[in-house]
Design a protein. Structure first.
Length: 400
């Protein structure tokens, strides 16, 4: 099994103590090697210092080993490293590159801790440099300490920049996750709204067609023995109404298919389909008439469907409750500022026609009509008609 570079990096990130310990050992080895070689071969930097001994090598080792715990206690170990630097300077020992350990610890605090701790680390580092410079008896060390001071400031700035960038990236990731959750919530809300819309559409379709079929079946039953041909016509009308209901239901629920089959999707009905609706009601026994006033123009899809469903629900209730000899009138008035739909009958129906179901249970006709009209900011009136009968009047505002 081959190991990819990404797997190696992931392993190192999962075991930071191993990497930090190796780095501490590397810096300690470099410092001890440089100190010993500088003293043996008389390299620059060894002059003016006491020769290395067990004390200096122990101090160098301890100062570099602080890097092993830089992720857990960076500020505390930075203070330890600075004390080690001050002691080396006070005893006039050559520290090699042990100053690199202090810089790495300072970077760790600036990059992985908050602003308060990073400022405290910067103060501790600068205080350590100043103290080491003050106690140093070798004038040649002053240049090195001054250079270390500049490097410390640079390292602190870089560490803070890294932390700010990391925080910025984390904020971007968090924001993306929040947006993803918000989008999922919006999707769920849209699905719930769509299910509610489909439920209303199914109710309107089923209630209308089943009501008409019920009336036709009752008529067929009454004339089955005396007028077989009339009963046959009623049965044919029931069959056609059932086919129409099934076709409309497939068109509504076709969008719910998830197996790749879109079903027999058909356009939703609208005001242009009112003549066909009125003809259906005439065939079912309701003497209905339709008048259209004003210049017709394309309507918003939502208002178009809502107005059609309102007429459908009103005529269905007139058929069910107005009586066998009742008449119904549908008036549609197109105006520049709105659409007015008026459905009235002269039967014996009343408010109960819209508030009670056929088995005397609460129905959904009135609620559905009110919801549809209110959804588009319309005005609705449902109540008894002057002179007898019942009427439904709605006005939908239209924006230019």
């Amino acid at each position: 099994m081959r190991t990819s570079p990404r797997d190696v990096r992931s392993w190192w990130r999962a075991h930071p103590l191993i990497g930090d310990s190796l780095m501490a050992a590397l810096v300690a080895g470099m410092s001890i090697t440089l100190v010993l070689l500088a003293r043996r071969y008389g390299l620059a930097g060894a002059e003016g210092h006491r020769p290395p001994d067990a004390v200096s090598l122990t101090l160098i080792t301890l100062g570099c080993l602080t890097l092993a715990g830089r992720r857990a206690w960076p500020l505390v170990l930075l203070c330890v490293a600075e004390v080690q630097q001050v002691v080396l300077a006070a005893l006039d020992y050559d520290g090699g590159v042990t100053r690199l350990a202090s810089l790495i610890l300072l970077y760790s605090v600036a990059a992985y801790r908050g602003l308060a701790l990073s400022l405290a680390a910067a103060g501790a580092a600068l205080l350590g440099y100043a103290t080491a410079l003050g106690v140093s008896g070798n004038p040649r060390e002053w240049t090195q300490h001054a250079l270390a001071f500049v490097m410390a400031v640079t390292v602190w700035v870089v560490g803070r920049s890294v932390r700010l960038r990391r925080a910025y990236l984390a904020e971007l990731v968090d924001r993306a996750e929040r947006l993803e959750r918000a989008r999922d919530a919006d999707t769920r809300a849209a699905r719930a709204e769509e299910r509610s819309r489909i439920a209303r559409e199914l109710h309107d379709v089923v209630a209308h067609h089943v009501s008409v079929m019920t009336v036709q079946a009752a008529a067929a039953r009454k004339v089955l023995d005396t007028r077989p041909e009339a009963a046959k016509d009623a049965l044919v009308a029931i069959e056609e109404m059932g086919r129409t209901a099934m076709r409309e239901m497939r068109g509504i629920v076709g969008v719910l298919r998830t197996d790749g089959d879109t079903g027999e999707l058909t356009p939703q009905p609208g005001m242009v389909d009112l003549p066909g609706l009125v003809d259906q009601m005439r065939e079912a026994g309701l003497r209905a008439q339709l008048w259209v006033e004003g210049d017709q123009r394309p309507l918003p899809p939502g208002i178009d469907l809502a107005a059609y469903r309102l007429v459908q629900e009103a005529l269905t209730n007139s058929l069910r409750h107005a009586g066998p000899a009742a008449r119904a009138w549908v008036t549609v008035r197109h105006e520049p500022s709105g659409l007015t739909v008026h459905v009235e009958d002269d039967g014996r129906g009343g408010p109960g026609a819209f508030t009670r179901g056929p088995d005397d249970r609460p129905g959904h006709g009135l609620v559905g009509i009110r919801e549809r009209v209110a959804l588009y900011g319309g005005i609705l009136r449902i109540g008894p008609r002057q002179g007898g009968g019942f009427e439904v009047r709605a006005r939908f505002p239209l924006k230019d």
